[in-house]
Design a protein around this ligand. Structure first.
Ligand code: GLU
Ligand code: ZN
Length: 423
């Protein structure tokens, strides 16, 4: 079983979504299930409704999963296992006050050293524990030897006991920390492979220490995806608002830093060819111009009716018209800005007014023409206009602008709604 473990504490960002996509793809490749685990144990940071928003986004990307788990539902297990770790002396109560720890942190900083917990409470006697009325946290004892992780992307990662440190697994309120809840839940769900962002790389040995101490021997594989540079705070919601298609965003996020078989592909195709182990080890650059180009190509891949929905219609003919504009636009927002004015009252420049009036009157009386050339011939004959005197005003009457795609493409898209368009 693989898992995607978002925290409902903010908007889903492109790096989170990339993690979800890779987990989904690899789960499909391995024929394993994917669970979505909502990591909601940090009550103060949770934002109401973010969980559902994240699940809705996964749906829009066609990322299917077998079920969801809310981490907070597992707190009873986290507590049980913390008790076991204390009994086995693999964990200990730490009474050090935040003030003491802050002072130690400041001192380490002043000496340009990395702060480590000083293991003050590691071996407190039962008397020392009972005589202490201070609030306490629970810490894991740091391991005795190095911890090695074979990462499928980064290769062999080795962490010393000091790097791992005697870290906190439960806070004063006796709620699990991220590392503890995550380590236990991955165990409870029988996770086989963890694919996540590289910012969690330092957490991986800590999670291994917890599971080792609990006697869990099943090996969990890891793959840490490289950072996407220059993409801070880029939320999926904002990309939707800017007019990017889910299929294009997915295409881009899968290809970034990756040696993909082709430039444009669907999620199903990516399942065929993606090789998780071939992804770049080092950070990759976000390039909006590449995404724009991919987006345009995905817009053109939509069938006409589907595309029309993104510009506010449900009509294949309008979709075909929209496609005629794809050379000029890169996002759905830009596409909408081309299609919407066609259906609004048009500002006709005074210099065209005389001819546009003639054309409009003519169209109102004209029979229906299937093809543009017959239509054009009819209007030219009836109005007596030709060349630019005919083409420019006609374009204004139909689209309200001076330039744009071929008039025949425009006519084909609008021939069934001409009266509405020329009004
Ligand atoms: N909730 C963590 C995050 O969103 C999950 C990390 C993990 O996959 O273990 O970053
Ligand atoms: Zn302590």
């Amino acid at each position: 079983m693989l898992r995607f473990a978002p925290s409902p504490t903010g908007d889903l960002h492109i790096e989170n979504l990339r993690v979800a996509l890779f987990n989904y793809i690899v789960a499909r490749q391995r024929n394993e299930e994917l669970v979505v685990r909502i990591e909601d144990t940090d009550k103060k940071k949770n934002i109401d409704g973010k969980d559902q928003e994240i699940l809705d986004i996964l749906d829009m990307f066609d990322i299917k999963y077998s079920h969801t788990v809310y981490q907070s539902e597992n707190i009873k297990y986290h507590r049980q296992m913390a008790i076991q770790l204390l009994q086995d002396k693999r964990a200990f109560n730490c009474f050090c006050t935040p003030e003491t720890l802050d002072a130690q942190r400041a001192e380490a900083k002043a000496n340009k050293k990395t702060y480590r917990y000083d293991d003050h409470c590691t071996e407190l006697s039962p008397e020392q524990t009972i005589d202490n009325n201070n609030p306490f946290v629970i810490r894991m004892k740091k391991p005795k030897g190095d911890i090695t992780i074979e990462d499928k992307i980064k290769g062999k990662l080795t962490f010393t006991p000091d790097e791992i440190d005697s870290f906190i697994i439960m806070g004063e309120e006796k709620f699990p920390t991220y590392n503890f809840a995550c380590a236990v839940d991955d165990m409870l769900s029988d996770i086989s492979l963890v694919i996540r962002e590289e910012e969690h790389m330092d957490n991986t040995p800590r999670q291994a220490v917890i599971r080792n101490a609990l006697g869990y021997t099943t090996e969990i594989e890891y793959a840490h995806l490289p950072k996407i540079a220059d993409a801070d705070a880029l939320s999926i919601k904002s990309l939707f608002e800017e007019g990017y298609l889910p299929s294009a965003i997915a295409n881009y996020l899968i290809s970034i830093g990756n040696n993909v078989a082709k430039e444009i592909f669907t999620l199903d195709e990516a399942i065929e060819f993606l090789d998780l182990e071939k992804i770049s080890k080092s950070s990759v650059k976000f390039d909006i111009s590449v995404l724009k180009n991919i987006n345009r190509q995905h817009m053109s891949m939509l069938d006409d009716k589907e595309l029309s929905k993104y510009v506010g219609f449900a009509d294949a003919q309008i979709g075909a018209l929209a496609k005629a504009y794809l050379d000029e636009v890169e996002t759905l927002v830009e596409l909408r800005s081309k299609i919407e004015p066609i259906f609004k009252t048009k500002e006709i420049p005074l210099s065209y007014k005389e001819n546009t009036d003639l054309i409009k009157d003519c169209i109102k009386k004209a029979p229906y023409f299937e093809g543009y050339s017959e239509f054009e011939k009819y209007v030219m004959t009836e109005t007596g206009l030709k060349g630019e005197d005919f083409l420019k005003p006609l374009r204004f009457v139909l689209t309200g602008t001076e330039n744009g795609p071929d008039l025949s493409a425009i006519y084909n898209g609008l021939k069934d709604v001409l009266m509405e368009v020329i009004k």
